[in-house]
Design a binder for this molecule. Structure first.
Ligand SMILES: [Zn+2]
Length: 458
């Protein structure tokens, strides 16, 4: 099968030739974990889940390694910890758990590896040492290690920028002692109250970009097939990853193909907290949407295009899924998805075309292929059905019971008994009831592993 993906670096669709078709490797930059995932975060998770499913289908389940990291060290997390008086670990642990639950609701498969950046500090220090030795990095008077952008002639090739046009965009605070404003931080000293690790440059913490370079090197090596992420990461994050890795290991090549998903907007507007249109996955689930509908909306626009999240689109996808579900009732799925679907995805993951092919299967009354193909795309699966079914089955007594437990937890929170509140939340999660705290109220929803029998004993 001829597969083509759009390569950001080449600025065109290019044939996908795996380095080793028995061992395909790809990496996607994952979330920084300090708050609930919004649907903008969910888009790359779904897009690269489609890529994962497609590659597994074509090359074999055991032949694809997909790594998506968690950035669990970041100044935003430190700020959250200071603002709330909570420990960093409790914030990052909780947020990672939320993220996994939310993505599970969207039927996003677990990547092969989901490393946490803080588990790879040694690898980061090793790579920074190499960059210092090669004079691609330097230590400034304030104890920062900085990457010297002008030491890498190819800097700017991915994002198609000239050095002169660039501005420094590093996420960590910039040092005053840079020899060039383009240079970015590899390592910075930590204040006593900030998290830090011992290093040859004193107690400190890594810059964001070196995290990915080091995890990639440790987990999938110096040359690999695909690097993915949101379009907003092209500059400076991915440009900096390339600079670090290609300077540390000049003959390696790093990523062969760079794939980036487009932005997401809401009803034609940028999503932002200040505009009041900030949607988390959990908000949507709590409002009664199924993960399946959210997933279909996220797949309904080609991944490179901007995606407009609208009420109308949600209603359309919901209607289509109900129709397909009705048509496939009692059908046994074919063993594999229809070749027409795979062909659509082989052309730069063309999911709108794949949906057109699903409609064609429905029109041709080929329900076995329709079901297998939809399930291959992560839709019409049994779990979703179960969730809807369980939700309908919940009687008034159950609802009353859930609300009563939530009230008990709110009361504990009011008296600042957070241990009790946390315990109640954990007990509810064990039953499969997910809690979403908002500023004025607490919402709840059921996860696919909700167990009604356990609720009776709660
Ligand atoms: Zn990254």
């Amino acid at each position: 099968m001829k597969i083509r993906f759009y390569d950001t670096k080449e600025k065109k669709k290019t044939f996908f030739k795996p380095i080793n078709s028995k061992d395909i490797k790809f990496y996607v930059c994952g979330p920084t974990v300090y708050e609930r995932a919004h649907i903008g975060n969910a888009r790359p998770a779904v897009v690269f889940d489609v890529l994962f499913r497609f590659l597994r289908q074509v090359f074999g389940k055991t032949c694809v390694t997909y790594v998506r990291n968690f950035t669990d060290i970041d100044d935003k997390i430190n700020k959250q910890a200071r603002d709330t008086g909570r420990s960093i670990t409790s914030i990052t642990d909780e947020t990672i758990e939320w993220y996994k639950q939310d993505m599970n609701q969207l039927n996003v498969l677990e990547p092969t590896e989901s490393p946490r950046a803080t588990e790879y500090i040694d690898a980061m220090i090793r790579q920074i040492k190499i960059l210092l030795n090669k004079k691609n990095a330097y230590l400034d008077d304030a104890g920062h290690v900085l990457f010297s952008v002008r030491s890498f002639p190819d800097y700017g090739l991915l994002s198609n920028r000239k050095l002169e046009e660039m501005v420094s965009g590093s996420r960590v605070a910039v040092s005053e002692n840079k020899s060039d404003p383009l240079d970015f931080v590899l390592w910075k000293p930590s204040e006593v109250e900030d998290p830090g690790w011992d290093s040859p440059w004193g107690r400190g913490r890594p810059g964001w970009h070196i995290e990915c370079s080091a995890m990639i090197d440790e987990l999938i090596g110096k040359a690999f097939d695909i690097h993915g992420g949101g379009i907003d990461l092209v500059f400076p994050h991915h440009e900096n990853e390339i600079a670090q890795s290609c300077c540390a290991y000049p003959t390696s090549g790093f990523a062969n193909i760079w794939m980036h998903n487009g932005f997401l907007q809401i009803e034609g507007e940028k999503m932002s907290k200040s505009l009041g249109n900030f949607l988390t996955v959990q908000d949507l689930i709590s409002s009664g949407l199924t993960g399946e509908v959210i997933r279909m909306v996220l797949m309904s626009t080609h991944y490179r295009q901007p995606l407009d999240w609208t009420h109308q689109r949600v209603a359309e996808c919901s209607k289509i899924l109900s129709k397909w579900r009705g048509l496939c009732a009692g059908t046994v799925a074919s063993e594999r998805p229809s070749p027409t679907i795979l062909k659509a995805l082989a052309d730069d993951l063309n999911t709108p075309k794949a949906f057109a092919e699903l409609h064609a299967l429905a029109a041709a009354e080929n329900f076995s292929d329709l079901l297998a193909s939809a399930q291959f795309l992560g839709l019409l699966e049994q779990d979703f059905h179960d969730v809807e079914h369980k939700k309908r089955r919940l009687d008034e007594i159950d609802r009353h019971k859930i609300e009563a437990i939530i009230n008990k937890r709110s009361a504990a929170k009011k008296t600042k008994d957070f241990t009790k509140a946390d315990l109640i939340r954990k007990k509810m999660e064990a039953v499969g009831i997910l809690i979403n705290d908002q500023s004025d109220k607490t919402q709840w929803s059921l996860s696919p592993n909700f167990d009604q029998k356990k609720l009776k004993d709660l």
